[in-house]
Design a binder for this molecule. Structure first.
Ligand code: GDP
Length: 444
């Protein structure tokens, strides 16, 4: 998903970030490109218009043109608008009651949207959160639906309540009683879908909804149906009400229009995405991550933001020089450790720098480990910090003692530092990477 729109946006961002100055014309050209990219991705026209107008309005103000780093400022505006369109900052959690009551989740959607599969995926996720989940089979229309739910329920270790009657409201009602009596705290109700919207389906859902008063009414939208999913969601929202959307088949090769339109048009947040057919293929929807993905830039924008907060540009420049000249020493590393811990952990930072993800393995970099490393370096002499090669066995023992750690901790740090230094210098010898990094650090 998003491959094509991401390609277009990445190229827009690349062109922008190559400029140290931007003009009114650059802004309007970029906005035109954005508009076309969004329309090509099948984003709803009203959403495109709003996106484009708001971006233009903000970008054309003096804020961008007069800023120290106009291209980055502009990219940030585009990113912020993208996050907003996708639902705003942060993931939207399910609103469920505590474990002493039964929370009810009603699944809604057309037939084939992935409702039954998603109900099982959700059951598994909630089980992992230590909830005691019961599934209720209220799809009495599709002959195999109850059996399918039973099979899925078994695969995720969740019991399924069903009755051999044709009245879904009664089954739902009985399921609630069964849940209460048997101390379940979460009831997920699978309902029937139709191939198309029809009054009977809506009436049936409305009745179930009225009878149960669910905590969450989750509309499962098939991302492959593009913009059509948006109008269907709107219809469900108007008639039965929805509290959140789950976009299924997010792994498919669709253009992304549904994801980008649904929040703005329906006004209800996407809470999860289905990323495959397996019960584990359900992920929380993070607007920021998707926006970064669409813009094709890792989490560069937030890195830039954080870096601007935490980094002094001159210091960053000096650091870059040191890495290039291979004079990056343990004192510099200590300084980085300190700013990294302030910035929220090294693995976060590594993840955000394109090309760095996976270069330094994540388990190499954990906060408590970083703290230990800080103590170790603080126990070294100036000479040791500037030239780690002189740290032989006797010095290692002394440093371990001084920092309240073990010699093995000191060894680990030195090995890691050596690896990091060689990786950094390797990377900085790569001209393309260097240019990208400098730009992201605001040093173009
Ligand atoms: P329902 O009629 O709405 O209950 O739909 P089902 O749950 O039976 O799903 C219809 C089809 O879509 C099944 O073949 C599922 O395996 C498949 N499906 C559901 N969710 C996803 C998903 O997130 N990704 C992919 N690739 N397939 C999915």
């Amino acid at each position: 998903m998003f491959d094509s729109i991401s390609d277009k946006f990445s190229s827009i961002i690349r062109t922008l970030s190559g400029k140290s100055k931007i003009s009114e014309k650059n802004i309007s050209d970029t906005i035109e490109d954005i508009k076309n990219a969004l329309l090509d991705a099948d984003v709803n026209v009203r959403v495109v218009r709003r996106f484009v107008n708001q971006t233009a309005e903000e970008a054309q103000g003096q804020k961008v043109l007069n800023s120290v780093n106009p291209s980055q400022q502009f990219i940030k505006i585009i990113y912020d608008k993208m996050v907003k369109v996708l639902g705003g900052e942060g993931a939207q959690k399910l609103e469920l009651k505590g474990p002493d009551q039964v929370s009810i989740i009603l699944m809604e959607g057309l037939q084939g949207s992935g409702k039954t599969t998603t109900a099982a995926k959700l059951a598994l996720r909630l089980k992992k959160e230590n909830r005691k989940v019961l599934l209720a089979a209220c799809d009495v229309v599709r002959p195999a639906a109850i059996e399918q739910l039973k099979v899925l329920g078994e695969s995720v270790g969740t019991p399924v309540f069903s009755e051999d009657i044709k009245d879904p409201v009664k089954i739902a009602h009985d399921a609630v009683i069964h849940a209460k009596v048997n101390h379940f705290d979460t009831l997920i109700v699978d309902t029937s879908g139709r191939m198309f919207l029809d009054d009977k389906l809506m009436g049936e859902l409305e009745n179930i909804s009225k009878a149960l008063n669910p905590d969450e009414k989750l509309f499962v939208a098939d991302a492959m149906t593009g913009q059509n999913a948006v109008s269907i969601a709107k219809e469900f929202n108007d008639k039965v009400g929805i509290t959140g959307v789950i976009l299924s088949k997010f792994d498919s090769d669709t253009r992304g229009g549904a994801a980008m339109s649904i929040m703005s048009i329906v006004g209800k947040p996407v809470k999860f995405i289905g990323t495959g057919e397996k019960p584990t293929d359900l992920e929380i929807f993070y607007p920021e991550r998707i926006a970064s993905r669409i813009l094709g830039m890792g989490d560069v924008v937030s890195l830039v933001e954080k870096a601007q907060e935490q980094f002094d540009e001159k210091k960053a420049q000096k650091l870059q020089e040191k890495i290039q000249k291979r004079t990056f020493d343990l004192d510099d590393y200590l300084e980085q450790l300190e700013s990294m811990t302030r910035m929220g952990g090294a693995d976060k930072i590594m993840e955000m720098i394109p090309g760095m993800k996976g270069q330094v393995s994540e388990e190499d970099m954990h906060l408590d480990e970083l703290r230990t490393e800080k103590y170790i370096i603080q126990s070294m002499t100036h000479a040791e910090r500037t030239n780690f090669m002189i740290i032989g066995p006797a010095r290692r023992k002394r440093i371990a003692k001084g920092s309240g750690t073990y010699v093995s901790d000191v060894n680990r740090l030195l090995k890691k530092f050596e690896k990091l230094r060689s990786q950094m210098s390797k990377m900085t010898r790569n001209k393309k990477y260097q240019a990208a990094l400098m730009k992201q650090m605001g040093m173009n």
